[in-house]
Design a binder for this molecule. Structure first.
Ligand SMILES: [Zn+2]
Length: 66
């Protein structure tokens, strides 16, 4: 049985098929959201820039939400 480590917390995950892990490569929804959120924040915070002002300038486009 293959084992992977959760990308977020490192917890060992056993599975028979990838589809057995709904949050692959994470152990849980929480780990997935935390990791994606972290990535998202880092992606949007460029060093030396002020993200608040950039949001104001983006008025023309509707907010993109999943
Ligand atoms: Zn985890």
């Amino acid at each position: 049985m293959p084992i992977i480590a959760c990308r977020r917390c490192g917890k060992a995950l056993q599975y028979e098929q990838i589809k057995d892990l709904p949050y692959f490569p994470f152990c849980s929804k929480r780990c997935k959201l935390v990791d994606l959120g972290k990535w998202f924040n880092e992606e949007h915070r460029m060093p030396g820039e002020k993200p608040a002002e950039e949001d104001e300038a983006n008025d023309g486009a509707p907010p993109h939400r999943e």
